[in-house]
Design a protein around this ligand. Structure first.
Ligand code: HMG
Ligand code: MG
Length: 299
């Protein structure tokens, strides 16, 4: 069966903008987030408190949170890799954070400058302190369906990292197909293996990049397996600069089109979303890669 309702976890302002060549002014980022909220999105990953040299596009994280009027009904998680990032997040009134681990050594090294083991050791005090401060903590596990340097990633390897991270006390696990190579059968098997390891579908989210055009099919497989939280990026922008061949995320518009067709409730207004991504595409100086945005835009 399929769920009646899906929570869309919007990552455009973070995953989307972290990979754009254009440095988007703070005021435009804030307007982007306000427009997303106005379109009905209730969880909007807003920015990252990572090293500004690693992700210069999000170096303005504190400034952005300073100008953003935060509606308590909307959750604004931010990425935090380490205690320094947590300090910065707490100083800026953040209530939800996401740590981000890797299933593979190659990506852990490139993205976090750590081995998998060292990165888990880096996250542990972050989660412990965040929970003590009453924050909500999400965890990503990247390269969950394949890795550009290592190729296939065994499901057991993904689940073992996921289990270690979730045992720290995180509330949600987002399975990241960072480079978009996964296919639906693999997604179903991964979700079943997570459940068998004690990470039930109620705690799972899926995070698909659309490099190989599989993101929607993979999402449908995840919904059929019981997942009800889906990550997506308005306009389909994004990718990770430290992951070779990562393109944009599943476009939120493409997701909403499918969910509307299936009669699944999201609370999102598609027209408002499409006009928001057209507006952002103008600022980024390139058309949105989303098929739905293209189809609904005047020729
Ligand atoms: P490092 O160089 O090993 O850091 O980087 P360090 O701990 O050795 O510290 C070096 C210096 O950086 C120190 O300064 C620290 O204070 C400073 P110094 O004492 O030399 O003056 N520093 C910081 N400054 C500001 N904020 C911080 C911070 N941390 C240290 N948080 C580090 C390690 C983890 C920091 C670095 O590798 C990093 O920032 N990585 C982030 C990379 C990133 O953001 N990637 C994109 C997000 S992941 C993604 O997109 C995938 C996802 O979408 C899911 C999917 O698709 O699969 C989530
Ligand atoms: Mg991503």
């Amino acid at each position: 069966g399929l769920p009646e309702k899906v929570t869309i976890y919007e990552v455009g302002p973070r995953d989307g903008l972290q990979n754009e060549d254009a440095i988007v002014p703070v005021a435009d980022k804030a307007e982007f987030i306000v427009r997303l909220a106005d379109a009905g999105l209730r969880t909007i990953e807003t920015t990252s408190f990572v090293h500004p040299k690693w992700i210069p596009q999000l170096a303005d994280a504190a400034e952005l949170l300073g100008v953003l009027t935060r509606d308590p009904a909307i959750s604004h998680p931010v990425l935090v890799p380490n205690e320094k990032g947590l300090d910065r997040a707490l100083a800026n009134g953040v209530k939800q954070i996401a740590i981000f681990g890797s299933a593979t050594e190659s990506f852990a090294r490139r993205n976090l400058n750590r081995t998998v083991e060292e990165s888990l050791a880096m996250f542990e005090p972050v989660v412990e302190r965040a929970l003590a401060e009453g924050l909500w903590v999400r965890a990503y596990v990247s390269m969950a369906c394949g890795d550009p340097w290592e190729g296939d990633v065994p499901i057991d390897q993904v689940v073992s990292v996921a289990k270690r991270i979730m045992d720290m006390g995180c509330s949600q696990l987002s399975l990241g197909d960072t480079i978009g190579v996964g296919t639906p059968g693999q997604v179903t098997a991964l979700i079943e293996s997570c459940a068998a390891a004690g990470i039930g579908v109620d705690r799972l989210a899926v995070h698909f990049h659309d490099t190989y055009g599989q993101a929607l099919s993979n999402t449908l497989a995840a919904l059929r397996a019981g997942v009800t939280t889906v990550d997506a990026s308005t306009g389909g922008i994004g990718g990770c600069p430290y992951a070779e061949s990562a393109t944009g995320n599943l476009a939120t518009e493409d997701l909403v089109w499918m969910l509307n067709g299936l009669g699944i409730e999201t609370g999102v207004d598609l027209d408002k979303l499409v006009s928001t991504s057209r507006w952002m595409a103008e600022r980024l100086g390139r058309p949105s890669p989303s098929r739905v945005v293209q189809a609904l835009s005047p020729k």
